[in-house]
Design a protein around this ligand. Structure first.
Ligand code: ZN
Ligand code: ZN
Length: 304
């Protein structure tokens, strides 16, 4: 991380939204043109001097050069003070930006505080500004933008509560869509988050993809197993020439419903993706294993 990035990060907090950083950036760029570059140059100079100190001859040469040029590197204390001032300046800009900014709970874009709806996606914006969202309701401390828990008392901050509510509402909406669009497939209420339901394009039969994030890979694996149970309780079965519980089928009014959990962990181990479509099992629903050939001769006579 560059010195400049680190300054911004220190000033506006670790988890600060990109939006606040964006708002501070122009001001910071302006400052960077002089103060930061000066400080960085000074740091470089010190580093060069330290390297030079490894050899006495080099040291002498460096001192000679410095004396000749007539400049003197600022002391470490001076540089730290300068960087501290810069940091608090950026912190001030970040605070003012946060007071005049709302964040869209849906797309994450920033909007000015007087807006009621997101200019990017049209979603309803919260009443609170970014600064309101990190002001602690319990102890009153004004936290840095992006903070989730109050640094004064540990209370969960309003912005974090609101973000969780928005995420839960979005997940509930996805499950509602599933129930409406795919009524023949039982909804998988697995308790995860970041749910997505997307129709696949370019497939022969209508095909959908559902993904979700669970807390751990183990939880994800258990949730998939549990969904197979739910499917079987709802009449889905292994079918066809290659029966396998990773592919479960059910015929509903003559239409084949197929749930594929075979490749569900090809992404992250805690984010399974399952596939829902209308393909038929290989060999068909009524596939019968061919009977073993009757062996002739003595054994055939004995056991036939
Ligand atoms: Zn938006
Ligand atoms: Zn607090």
């Amino acid at each position: 991380m560059g010195l400049f990035d680190k300054l911004i990060k220190d000033a506006v907090g670790n988890a600060v939204s990109e939006a606040v950083k964006k708002a501070v950036q122009p001001k910071a760029d302006e400052l960077a043109a002089n103060a930061v570059s000066q400080a960085a140059n000074a740091l470089n100079q010190t580093a060069n001097q330290t390297a030079a100190a490894a050899g006495a001859a080099n040291q002498a040469a460096a001192e000679g050069a410095q004396a000749a040029s007539g400049t003197e590197a600022p002391s470490k204390e001076e540089m730290q003070a300068a960087l501290g001032t810069l940091g608090s300046l950026l912190g001030g800009f970040a605070q003012r930006a946060a007071e005049n900014m709302k964040l869209c709970p849906k797309c994450g874009e920033a909007a000015s505080a007087d807006k009621d709806f997101c200019p990017s996606c049209g979603a309803k914006l919260p009443d609170m500004t970014v600064a309101d969202g990190v002001k602690c309701a319990k102890c009153g401390k004004q936290n840095e933008p992006g903070t989730r828990f109050c640094s004064g008392c540990g209370e969960k901050l309003p912005a974090a509560v609101q973000a969780e509510q928005a995420a839960a509402e979005a997940d509930a909406e996805v499950l509602k869509q599933w129930a409406e669009k795919l009524p023949d497939f039982p909804v998988w209420s697995c308790g995860g988050s970041d749910m997505e339901l997307e129709q696949e394009t370019g497939t022969e039969t209508e095909s959908w993809r559902f993904s979700v994030t669970l807390v751990t890979p183990v939880a994800a694996e258990n949730a998939v197993k549990q969904y197979r149970q739910v499917l079987m309780q709802n009449g889905f079965k292994t079918e066809g020439q290659y029966p396998d519980e990773e592919h479960l089928y059910k015929r509903v009014n003559g239409v084949s419903c197929h749930v594929d959990t075979e490749h569900c962990f090809q992404g992250d181990a805690d984010s399974p993706t399952i596939y829902l479509d209308h393909s038929q099992p290989t060999g068909g629903y009524d596939y019968q294993k061919p009977e073993k050939k009757q062996s002739g001769g003595l054994l055939g006579a004995l056991f036939g």
